[in-house]
Structure formats: structure tokens, C-alpha cells
Ligand binder design. Structure first.
Ligand code: UD1
Ligand code: CA
Length: 460
């Protein structure tokens, strides 16, 4: 995405001082997550896409927690000590805003607003006009109503609590999002009074001031109501999560990805897909995930910050985290790839196998019930069922190295540090604590003894 700096310069003010009483939570409202990212994070990301010169966030309730959650980001913080209304909130940020900027007001709890919509809105603001985002609400209860003149010009916003019964019939409502020239905004905010039903300084009152001063209010009507829906409770949070996920699923479908059920995939980050990728139901992607051509993902799979190479199959109920998987591999069902796993072309990791910080070479197989950690496994190695790398002595971690072509019999304990040479064979049930040289066979288990005609004890 190219960030084209708008002209005149754009500054964004995000209101995030509210408590969110109806969330019944000790977490500030804007830190509740959609797709694993705080609501406010979504809004900030949208603002960044616009190429804003500065982003100001107005905080109040648990403001420190909010700041902490975004520490290290280029943001200006403004504190609103008391929540005296949306107009008062914007006024707290204005001292840091340049006179010749356009100010875009956003809400920390309105997460699904799209940069595209905001771009269209900012284009409607000039040094002498104001741009307002409105919406036709299926249920306008509680929202500010848009009052228009007979010529259809926006002349004022009236809050529900201050509205007459006739005004309450109006379905066009205020999204709260607007763009105004900083200089004028400063004047208007300075003139606000709390003479209204809620005793608050309403940002919405600037609309009538602008209209009266001959400053046209250009409106953009957003089509998707949920795009401007604010989160006030967990029900709305859940609705917006689903709406967001539906959007993401739709994007994948339209780029050619097969989703067995678009309602049963969750994307909490970025997913990049090649051609002919197939994704079964109940799959979760987190962080940055890359699926190359012809990858297929089975049901109930979770993939986090990983690349899956072309033609690889991930079978049901597998969990893959910080792993790099090359082409034509097979993973699962029920496999767990932990951070630092690397699978080379054609490697197979089967059911109930856990891999951690280990490289599995080309065509090598770890098919059943094994733990391979802190290990380097060469090419075409066969690791039998129930093999464990004993990598930890309770204090330190040690490496296991298995060279190309080795064969590890089932139920083997490899006590690290240890290495198994090229084409070496380890007999099943061995506990290996000394290196095995190339081409050798090592058997380290109690020798079998058969006792002829032995009688079991009988009851007296
Ligand atoms: C506001 C609008 C209303 C609009 C609605 C859309 C006003 C007066 N009314 O209603 O026209 O239809 O949004 O959802 O603007 N906030 C602060 N400090 C404050 C007050 C609010 O930071 O002192 C923040 C809140 O955290 C929230 C946002 O501003 O994120 C909106 O506040 P809220 O009380 O939800 O808005 P309403 O008054 O319901
Ligand atoms: Ca309010």
C-alpha cells in the first residue's frame, strides 16, 4: 500500500478516553481485541494507511495501560482528565495540532472503519468546508440524528437525548467521524457549551456552528453500518469480530483460495496465499503466515508465524508455530511444530510428534509419537515411533545430530549431546548415550533371555 501524503497535511485525533462500563471488564475498552489486535490498534493502523502527519490519541480511563500497549509507536498522547464529552475530548489534543492541518476525528472503539472510506471523506474537506461521515441506521436508537435543510444540506446533529419525537424518526445518524480544518475546529470547540440533556461538550455541536458560519458540511454516507459501529459491549465485540473475519475470508476467496467454509476460518494477522491453496474448516492463522502454491490445510489446524512450502499437506488438528516448512512435506494429523522447526523438502512429521528447534532433512520421516528437540536430522533418515531426544538434564539443553540415511529404531532414547553417523542403525528400544559411527549398528538394551518350559506360580 502506498502512503500518499494528503494536502493539506492530515492529523488524526483518536478518542479513547471512555471507560466502557458495559464491557464489565477491568481492561480498558479500546484494549479489547478483534482478530487478536486491540480495537485501538485497528484504528491506528487505518490512520497510518492514510499517511497522516501525526496521530494523537486522547486517553483517560486507565490511560497508562493504553499507552503501555502501544509503547514504541509514533503516537502523541493527550490526557482527558474527566470525560466531559466528545468535544472536550478533541479539544485536549488540539494544542498539539498545527493550524494549517486537516483534523480527522476517529474513535478508538470503532475498529472496522476502512482507510478507503476515510480517504473518500478527507477528500471532501477543504480549509473552508467540513466533511462528515453519516450512515443510514437500521436502528438509530442512542445515536445522533442528522438534520438536513430542505436543500438536503447538513445543518446540525441532534443527540437522541435532546431530540424531539419527530427528529427521532430520522434514520440518518452521525458516525462521529469527521474531518475539519484545524483552525476553524479550534474556534468552534472553544465556543462549545454543555447546555444539553447530558451536560456534555458535544463535538456534534460544531456542525450547526459551521453551517451557521457558512462553512459547508459535506457528507459521505457509509454503506456498511458495521463499518462505523462502536463497541460498547461484548455482544458488539463478537459481532464485529465475525464481520471482520467475513471480510478477510472474502478477500482470500476472491484471490482464489478455497475455503471449505468461509465462516469457519479466523485470521489474526496476515495470510499470504499462492495458487490452489485449500483450507478446511476451523483453521486459525496468527501473525504472518505464508502458504505457497497447492498447500492444503486440514481441519482444526492452527498456524502462527510460519511459512508452508508448496504442495505441503497439513493434516487435521496440527499446531504449527514459528516454523519454516519447505515443499511437499506432510504434517500431522495431530502434529506439533514448535518454534525453530525447519522441515526440508518432502519431510514427514506424523501423528503425536512434537518438534522443537530442529531441522528435519529432505525426505526424512518422523511418523509417530516422537519428540525431536534441539536436533539436526539429515536427509532420508527414518525415526521410529516413540523416539525421544533427551535434550534436557534439568538445567541445560543439549544437541542431537543424526546424519543422512540413519535409521533409528522405535522407542529409542537419544541422550544428548549425542550423534548418530551416516547410515548408522539404532536397534529398537535403545538408550543411546554414546556417539554411533557411520554405517554401524548400535543396540543398547537388555539382552533377551528365554527360559525353557518356565511355570507360572499357581494360587495356594
Ligand atoms: C457519539 C455522538 C453521536 C454519534 C455516536 C456514534 C457526540 C456528542 N455524540 O455519541 O452523535 O451518533 O457517537 O457512536 O459526539 N469519548 C471520550 N471522552 C469523552 C466522551 C467520549 O474520549 O469525554 C470517546 C469514547 O471513549 C468513545 C467516543 O468518544 O470512544 C464516543 O463516545 P460515546 O459516549 O460512545 O458517544 P455517544 O455520546 O454515544
Ligand atoms: Ca455519551
Amino acid at each position: 500500500m502506498v502512503n500518499s501524503a494528503p494536502f493539506p497535511p492530515l492529523e488524526v485525533v483518536i478518542l479513547a478516553a471512555g471507560k466502557g462500563t458495559r464491557m464489565y471488564s477491568s481492561t480498558p475498552k479500546v484494549l479489547h481485541a478483534i482478530a487478536g489486535q486491540p480495537l485501538l490498534g485497528h484504528v491506528i493502523a487505518g490512520a497510518r494507511e492514510l499517511g497522516a502527519k501525526a496521530i494523537h490519541v486522547v486517553i483517560g480511563y486507565e490511560g497508562e495501560k493504553v499507552q503501555q500497549a502501544f509503547s514504541g509507536q509514533a503516537l502523541n498522547w493527550a490526557l482527558q482528565q474527566e470525560q466531559l464529552g466528545t468535544g472536550h475530548a478533541v479539544a485536549q489534543a488540539l494544542p498539539q495540532v498545527d493550524d494549517d492541518s486537516m483534523v480527522l476525528v476517529l474513535y478508538g472503539d470503532v475498529p472496522l472503519i476502512r482507510a478507503e472510506t476515510l480517504r473518500a471523506l478527507t477528500r471532501r474537506c477543504t480549509p473552508d468546508t467540513l466533511a462528515l461521515l453519516t450512515v443510514m441506521s437500521s436502528d438509530p436508537t442512542g445515536l445522533g440524528r442528522i438534520l438536513r435543510s430542505p436543500e438536503e444540506k447538513v445543518v446540525a446533529i441532534v443527540e437522541e437525548k435532546d431530540a424531539t419525537p419527530e427528529q427521532r424518526q430520522i434514520r440518518e445518524t452521525n458516525s462521529g467521524i469527521l474531518v475539519a480544518p484545524a483552525k476553524r475546529l479550534r474556534e468552534w470547540l472553544g465556543a462549545l457549551t454543555p447546555q444539553n440533556a447530558q451536560g456534555e461538550y458535544y463535538l456534534t455541536d460544531i456542525i450547526a456552528m459551521a453551517a451557521t458560519a457558512g462553512c459547508a458540511v459535506n457528507s459521505v454516507v457509509v454503506e456498511d453500518e458495521l463499518e462505523v459501529l462502536g463497541v460498547n459491549n461484548k455482544l458488539q465485540l463478537a459481532q464485529l469480530e465475525r464481520h471482520y473475519q467475513a471480510r478477510r475470508a472474502r478477500e482470500l476467496l476472491l484471490t482464489g483460495v478455497t475455503l471449505r467454509d468461509p465462516a469457519r476460518v479466523d485470521i489474526r494477522g496476515q495470510v499470504e496465499c499462492g495458487r490452489d491453496v485449500e483450507i478446511d474448516v476451523n483453521v486459525i492463522f496468527e501473525g504472518n503466515v505464508e502458504l505457497e502454491d497447492n498447500v492444503s490445510i486440514g481441519p482444526n489446524v492452527i498456524i502462527r508465524n510460519s511459512r508452508i512450502g508448496s504442495g505441503t499437506q497439513v493434516l487435521a488438528n496440527s499446531l504449527i508455530e514459528d516454523a519454516d516448512v519447505q515443499s511437499q512435506c506432510s504434517i500431522g494429523p495431530y502434529a506439533r511444530l514448535r518454534p525453530g522447526t525447519q522441515l526440508a523438502d518432502g519431510a514427514k512429521v506424523g501423528n503425536f510428534v512434537e518438534i522443537k528447534k530442529a531441522v528435519i532433512g529432505k525426505g526424512s520421516k518422523v511418523n509417530h509419537l516422537s519428540y525431536i528437540g534441539d536436533a539436526t536430522v539429515g536427509e532420508h533418515v527414518n525415526i521410529g515411533a516413540g523416539t525421544i531426544t533427551c535434550n534436557y538434564d534439568g538445567v541445560n539443553k543439549f544437541q542431537t545430530v543424526i546424519a543422512d540415511g540413519a535409521f533409528i529404531g522405535s522407542n529409542t532414547a537419544l541422550v544428548a549431546p549425542v550423534s548418530i553417523g551416516k547410515n548408522a542403525t539404532v536397534g529398537a528400544g535403545s538408550t543411546i548415550n554414546q556417539d554411533v559411527e557411520a554405517e554401524d549398528l548400535s543396540v543398547a538394551r537388555g539382552r533377551q533371555r528365554n527360559i525353557k518350559g518356565w511355570k507360572r506360580p499357581t494360587k495356594k
